[in-house]
Design a protein around this ligand. Structure first.
Ligand code: HEC
Length: 254
């Protein structure tokens, strides 16, 4: 009995670790690395809005291009700024010491961010900036309290207001109307017309961005999936040969 309880406890442990979101309800997403256009849009958003501060220094442009279905030439033309070559790592020129002075903390490398915090956390984090005049950048964040990062996607999302206390946020951020599927109540509201995208479009932009970041954190997943399919096809064909061989061996015995 003791053994069973211990095994259960060990099995449950990772679930508990993943659930840690600073006590705030996390919105969940299903990543999809086969959706190449989502990965391409995500990378575009990343290089335009994030790369200036956050490198992805453990990944190369060329490898990324191959995986997300772009030619090296297209990658070079549209997604690499400055003098970098397609064979190089995804880095930037942000001086770490200065950055620490400007923001309080230097922006961390984000190659493995979704592995570290989970895709759900990053997805919720990027949609949880809200107006807070007491902070240096005029924004705070529900899942990362007193964050040092400015709300760089505020121009797309618009000005978001938060009507909940930390306790209410932890309980649930929104309620979905079971009949219409539309959010009701909730903690946030947007100042109308303050962003370039609608709430739905913005969620989509962040989905693509986090889908891309999740791929960067686990590029081998793509290979293992395609390898898995090949192995299954091989086994399927191999089955007929083995079966034929078995028949041949047993023919004289029956
Ligand atoms: C102007 C610089 C700047 C830009 C641009 C920027 N960030 Fe940040 N980001 C920061 C800083 C600084 C921190 C560290 C905040 C802290 O620790 O208080 C940070 C923290 C983060 C974190 C949390 C890291 C952790 O686990 O501690 C994530 C995730 C993140 N940024 C994602 C993004 C994404 C995605 C973009 C593009 C949409 C982006 N950032 C654009 C400066 C920036």
């Amino acid at each position: 009995m003791k053994k069973i309880i211990l095994t259960l406890a060990v099995l449950l442990l990772p679930a508990l670790v993943n659930a840690a979101g600073g006590g705030v309800h996390l919105d969940q997403i299903e990543v999809d690395f086969n959706n190449k256009s989502s990965l391409q849009r995500g990378m575009k958003t990343y290089v335009n809005n994030c790369l200036g501060c956050h490198s992805m220094q453990y990944q190369r442009y060329l490898r990324t291009a191959e995986d997300i279905g772009l030619s090296a030439a297209l990658m070079k033309e549209h997604l690499i700024f400055g003098e970098q070559k397609v064979g190089e790592l995804i880095t930037n020129n942000m001086p770490k010491a200065d950055a620490a002075n400007w923001f309080g903390t230097a922006p961390p490398d984000l190659t493995l961010e979704t592995k570290l915090k989970g895709s759900d956390w990053v997805y919720t984090y990027l949609r949880s900036f809200y107006q807070d005049e007491s902070r240096p950048w005029g924004v705070n964040n529900s899942v990362f309290k007193d964050v040092g990062m400015p709300n760089v996607l505020g121009y797309l999302q618009g000005v978001q207001l938060n009507h909940c206390s930390a306790v209410e946020l932890a309980e649930n951020s929104t309620e979905i109307d079971p009949l219409t599927g539309v959010e009701i109540g909730g903690c946030y509201s947007l100042v109308e017309g303050s962003g370039e995208q609608t709430a739905k479009e913005f969620d989509r932009t962040i989905y693509d961005l986090v889908n891309f970041m999740s791929y960067i954190g686990a590029p081998h997943t793509m290979q293992s999936q395609s390898m898995g399919v090949k192995v299954l096809i091989f086994l399927f064909i191999f089955f007929f040969f083995t079966y034929a061989l078995k028949k041949e061996y047993w023919r004289d015995i029956h």
